[in-house]
Design a protein around this ligand. Structure first.
Ligand SMILES: Nc1ncnc2c1ncn2[C@@H]1O[C@H](COP(=O)(O)OP(=O)(O)OP(=O)(O)O)[C@@H](O)[C@H]1O
Ligand SMILES: [Mg+2]
Length: 367
């Protein structure tokens, strides 16, 4: 799959823009704070209905404007497709695909899959578990239409429970148990999705990682939940285990005023040659893990949709050494790639590539 054209209106620092892309490599270059990453964000948002940054949609609309438009023309599933999205300051966004309005964001899933790689993610291994959960959730959402809905139902129930826990007058074991039932039910589903996706992606990442490290290092990982052993549990058993744990921890949750049991506290732990990557891996080793994970995500999407996903690489070429950079580029030859950088020195000139100079919210030149 590949994107043919992007049309923007009132998006971040773009008043209006219309850009036609190469099917292979597209480079957005220019000084800092000109709008390079904003273009990647527009593509990502248009593809999956969410920004890759943890921001509210209002912040995306150009300051002083009331709405923002993103239109993507792309080739996917053997035909031309158009996604149109309008964000509003005061109400929910609207989305259509080929001029048919969507009632749920999950209907966008799989039409245009994207893998994004940002400098912030290079520290995915050593940062807090929230970033790792976000990575898994974003990836799963793109290939599993039902997941986004389950996750948002879980988060809503979690919000309600936390509100209750903070309210001394309202909380009681009885009212808590109503929310626990819902949380455990959605929580078991979220855990299952995450665990099985993590297993698949790690299997692939492990092979890629071994290649990058010249066979010297073995990458393994474990999805970590409050329940010590979940490997052989069915969904219903997992739900019951979560409920038991919630009951055990009820007093603590009341004392803390927040829910401590459930997949919002889960993590994925990485190991190199059996040792915790978070504790022992060098910065370079940690970056190799993330590179392997991103390429594994690309392979997994290919397996799921039968098409190469679009790759968005935000300013990372300067962050990777030559060996990793070469490995990355040799692995993404068949995909449409978008790269941002301040200068084009580190990007090999490729046939059919297009270069766009970005200046103050304008796509200035095409080469
Ligand atoms: N809602 C908005 N309305 C108007 N301008 C915005 C909005 N959100 C962000 N900006 C502006 O967009 C610019 C940042 O764009 P972007 O992050 O794409 O820069 P960049 O070219 O990737 O820079 P860098 O090289 O530093 O990463 C900033 O000048 C910022 O003020
Ligand atoms: Mg940027």
């Amino acid at each position: 799959m590949y994107i043919k054209k992007l049309i923007l209106k009132n998006f971040r620092n773009y008043k209006a823009a219309e850009v036609c892309f190469s099917e292979s490599l597209n480079v957005f270059y220019g000084n800092n704070a000109q709008g390079k990453t904003n273009l990647l964000e527009a593509i990502f948002l248009g593809a999956i209905g969410k920004s890759f940054k943890p921001v509210s949609e209002k912040e995306i609309i150009k300051i002083g404007e009331k709405f923002s438009d993103i239109e993507l023309n792309y080739f996917s599933g053997g035909r031309d497709m158009t996604t149109k999205m309008r964000l509003f300051t005061e109400k929910k966004k609207t989305v259509s695909v080929n001029n048919v309005g969507l009632s749920r964001m999950s209907e966008l899933v799989g039409k245009l899959t994207v893998v994004i790689f940002t400098p912030e993610e290079l520290s995915l291994v050593k940062e807090g578990p929230g970033d790792r959960r976000r990575f898994l959730d974003m990836a799963i959402s793109q290939v599993r239409p039902g997941y986004m809905h389950i996750l948002s139902s879980y988060n809503k129930a979690l919000d309600q429970k936390n509100r209750l826990l903070k309210n001394e007058k309202m909380r009681s074991f009885e009212t808590l148990s109503v929310w626990n039932e819902q949380l455990a039910s959605f929580g078991a589903k979220v855990t299952e999705y995450r665990k099985s996706f993590a297993e698949r992606i790690i299997k692939k990442a492990s092979l890629l990682h071994s290649e990058i490290s010249g066979g010297k290092e073995e990458l393994t990982a474990k999805y970590k939940t409050i329940i010590s052993e979940i490997d052989n549990l069915r969904e219903n058993e997992l739900k019951n285990e979560l409920l038991t744990e919630m009951n055990k921890q009820a007093e603590r949750e009341i004392f803390l005023g927040q829910a401590v049991v459930g997949p919002h506290r889960d993590d994925i732990l990485f190991f190199i040659n059996g040792k915790s990557a978070k504790a022992f891996a060098s910065q370079g080793q940690q970056r190799t893990i993330v590179l392997a994970l991103k390429l594994a995500q690309k392979e997994l999407f290919l397996e799921e949709t039968d098409e190469e996903p679009v790759l968005l690489l935000d300013d990372i070429t300067g962050e990777l050494d030559i060996l990793r950079r070469e490995y990355l580029f040799s692995n993404i030859k068949d995909s449409q790639v978008f790269i941002t950088c301040t200068d084009t020195d580190r990007i090999d000139k490729a046939d059919g590539a297009k270069y766009f100079r970005i200046e103050n919210g304008t796509v200035c030149s095409e080469v």
